[in-house]
Design a protein around this ligand. Structure first.
Ligand code: ADP
Length: 344
């Protein structure tokens, strides 16, 4: 039903009291190794829910490649198109400091070698899939080739980069978080978000809150993910403002050419825009105690792909995906935090 074309990484995590300055060495914790990569995460999220999901990807012939592929198969992901590639696979070097902030270096390794020819090689698989789910941790040419071959494309524009118009026009939906949305809108989102609701009594605040500082929610805005706002149904100050800003961004993104748009908002859920001029649907997220938000977006995307493949409308699918995203923040880690259907 779902085919994911994307990345597979080994996440190598070390905890440190503080990060080393240039030229400095600090001692850290024992090394933890977790399966990661946005492609693998999405595929596992969908498989845990019961989806039939195949992954087209490249893993290295290093010490991680076989383990990662076996792990995916163990989760029920069809790994017949996970291609072992001579040399290093994708690795994320992650340090987590005493405040819980992480710094990440990604070495793409074999992910950078997933090619348009690989997509051609898997053409029958892609053509049969109800939904092909794509993200940007693999070469853009490959993403575009996969989008062309697909019946329906879910494009998670993460990590953010400039997108060719053709690729954007194939996305149904384009899925982004607020930072990615701001990036694609070229930093002009603050003015646009405010302009969308000039009569709002809180327009000034909300612009300052998120849109004026696109990094606000995870970096600078201490009110961003509070439990009160996690009520998510528009009760919180931040909840209302964030949803209003995101609705404006979703409309602006729709004008860039995708067939539909989903903007995810952390504790505030998501908004869905399907047609220019039509209302934007706000989808709340259940209020949960957030333990670790790593990989929440990938859980959301994997769940969304599955529900769309099953024939849900976009707002219904997004509402389900928000529940999966919320479940994923209640536990530590990315894949390790993803729920099974019966847990929801
Ligand atoms: P990303 O991980 O890409 O930044 P978000 O932070 O927007 O994406 O999270 C994706 C989805 O996960 C949200 O739409 C929401 O459903 C869920 N989620 C994330 N953080 C929380 C939270 N603190 N409380 C409840 N749900 C959350």
């Amino acid at each position: 039903d779902v085919v994911v074309v994307g990345s597979v990484n080994a996440d190598l995590v070390v905890r440190v009291a503080r990060r080393p300055a240039p030229g400095e060495t600090v001692m850290g914790s024992d090394l933890d190794i977790f399966p990661g990569g946005k492609g693998a995460n999405q595929a596992v999220a969908a498989a845990r829910l019961g989806a039939h999901v195949a992954l087209l990807a490249r893993t290295g012939t290093d010490q991680y490649g076989t383990r990662l592929a076996e792990g995916l198969a163990g989760e029920g992901v069809d790994t017949g198109h996970v291609l072992p590639t001579e040399g290093a696979g994708g690795v994320a070097l992650i340090t987590v400091d005493a405040d819980g902030d992480n710094s990440i270096i990604v070495s793409p390794g074999a992910n950078a070698r997933l090619s348009p020819e690989d997509v051609v090689g898997a053409a029958p698989l892609l053509e049969e899939a109800s939904v092909v789910s794509l993200m940007l941790e693999i070469p853009l040419d490959t993403v575009t080739a996969a989008a062309r071959a697909a019946r329906r494309v879910l494009l998670n524009a993460s990590p953010p980069r400039e997108l060719p118009a053709e690729l954007l026009s194939l996305a149904d939906p384009l899925v982004v978080n607020e930072h990615e949305a701001a990036f694609l809108l070229g930093g002009a989102s603050a003015g646009r978000a405010a302009a969308h609701d000039p009569t709002s009594d809180t327009a000034g605040d909300t612009t300052g809150d998120t849109a004026g500082d696109p990094t606000g929610r995870t970096a600078g805005d201490p009110t961003g993910d509070t439990a009160r706002d996690a009520a998510g149904d528009g009760d919180g100050e931040r909840g209302r403002g964030a949803v209003r800003d995101a609705a404006g961004m979703a409309r602006d993104l729709l004008a860039l050419g995708p067939r539909s748009v989903v903007v995810t908002l952390g504790a505030d859920g998501a908004v869905v825009a399907e047609k220019a001029g039509a209302a934007v649907t706000a989808v709340p997220s259940p209020a949960v105690e957030a333990v670790d938000t790593t990989g929440a977006g990938d859980a959301f995307t994997g769940a969304l792909a599955w529900r769309l493949a099953r024939g849900d409308g976009l707002p219904e699918a997004a509402a389900f995906a928000a529940r999966v995203g919320a479940a994923a923040v209640r536990r530590e880690g990315a894949q390790s935090s993803y729920p099974r259907l019966e847990e929801l």
